[in-house]
Design a protein around this ligand. Structure first.
Ligand SMILES: Nc1ncnc2c1ncn2[C@@H]1O[C@H](COP(=O)(O)OP(=O)(O)OP(=O)(O)O)[C@@H](O)[C@H]1O
Ligand SMILES: [Mg+2]
Length: 361
């Protein structure tokens, strides 16, 4: 095979490939590797392998080790810091090269980008987590709802039959609380039902306007400034409108609650997300829409942020701790992603990424 053919083969490989000579100088680099290390071929060929990445990295370390020892080495899930894009996770494998006389002649280092696969693994994990909630929810609903019905009925009878106002008051409290718990179980049942989404054509800006209108009726929004920054080029998407209303309402309410009493600004922003695309189960990327809901409220520390979307985690006295878990669930059902960022004392930002279309099953 001629050198030109070899170059074409290298270009056709999805993985990043770096060929170094006996002294660790880059001989050849394909464009997948160039993309990963964010350097051009011209900036790389003829330079020591260490210059491809800043600081210590498995790329150069394993390349050198393969040269020294004459055997292959590999390490998985190495973080590759990027100047522009998100950090990548790569599997690195270095293999020594020998000439016709079996003398060490250089090495090939292969970089396999694990980032998108990890996203799939993450989705899989999320699904398992929700399935576990589902089983708990189904059991909970069964064990709790029937006796609750009885308690509520008994409370109602007691309230009706008693002439004593104090007894009536207590009986009404029983009824009220039993009703509240029944509602909570219903909320949690979301996970158990494994409901199918009712997909339709949805204008996300109308959904957001509707949510902000609903939230505006709440007295807690009276001191808050609401800002919209909508990207008018966003097309309609295929989604379940009612579920999206629920998702955004939960996020907006959290933002408003975080600013309650102090005032602040709630910003709702939409953009086409070209920087990072969601990947379908089949590994295909989908054009994605991103919605940010940002507040300037109390914020969360790292611990709270970590736990925020765990069902029943709440720091609010009236909270059930299901708002984020439910939002996360519906977003995941849309094959989207919900991420949270927060800084204690400064505010929080939720980002909902939604594919514009459903992926074909
Ligand atoms: N925007 C935010 N700013 C600060 N803390 C937040 C924000 N969103 C969520 N949190 C924290 O995460 C917790 C869980 O939120 P989540 O919406 O799941 O439940 P909740 O708001 O407590 O109750 P509810 O079920 O009524 O929504 C909150 O109690 C709060 O501590
Ligand atoms: Mg909430």
């Amino acid at each position: 095979m001629s050198t030109r053919d070899l170059g074409r083969v290298l270009e056709a490989i999805v993985a990043g490939v770096v060929v170094i000579d006996r002294d660790g100088i880059v001989d050849e680099i394909n464009s997948a590797a160039c993309r990963l290390v964010e350097r051009s071929r011209e900036q790389s060929v003829g330079r020591p392998i260490e210059e491809l990445v800043s600081g210590e990295h498995a790329l150069s370390r394993l390349g050198r080790k393969a040269l020294e020892r004459g055997v292959g080495f590999s390490e998985s899930q190495q973080t590759l810091e990027r100047r522009t894009g998100d950090d990548a996770l790569v599997d690195v494998a270095a293999t020594p090269l020998f000439d016709d006389k079996d003398a060490l002649d250089g090495a090939v280092v292969v970089l396999r980008d694990r980032t998108s696969r990890n996203r799939l693994e993450q989705l899989e994990e999320e699904k398992e987590r929700f399935d576990a909630f589902g089983r708990i929810a189904a059991g909970l609903a069964h064990e709790v709802k029937n006796p609750l019905g009885g308690i509520r009925g008994a409370g109602e009878i007691l309230a009706r039959r008693s002439d004593d106002p104090k007894t009536q008051e207590i009986a009404e409290l029983v009824v009220g609380e039993a009703t509240r718990i029944a509602g909570l179980v219903d909320d949690f049942m979301v996970f158990a039902r494994g409901e199918r989404l009712a997909f339709g054509v949805v204008n996300v800006h109308q959904v957001l306007d509707h949510v902000l209108e609903l939230a505006g009726l709440d007295p807690m929004s009276s001191e808050v400034r609401i800002e919209r920054s909508f990207d008018p080029s966003i097309p309609e998407l295929i989604a379940d409108r009612d579920r999206l209303v629920q998702v955004f309402l939960n996020l907006v309410r959290n933002g408003l609650q975080a600013m309650e009493g102090t005032g602040g600004t709630l910003t709702v922003k939409t953009r086409m997300a070209l920087e990072r695309r969601l990947v379908t189960k089949a590994g295909r990327s989908l054009p994605t829409l991103a919605v940010w809901i940002e507040d300037t409220g109390a914020g969360m520390d790292a611990d709270e942020l970590h736990q925020a979307s765990t069902p029943f985690f709440t720091t609010r006295s009236g909270g059930t701790g299901l708002g984020l878990a439910v939002a996360e669930y519906w977003v995941a059902q849309h094959e989207g992603a919900l991420t949270l960022e927060s800084e204690k004392g400064a505010g929080s930002r939720a980002r909902v990424a939604l594919p514009l279309r459903r992926s074909p099953e």
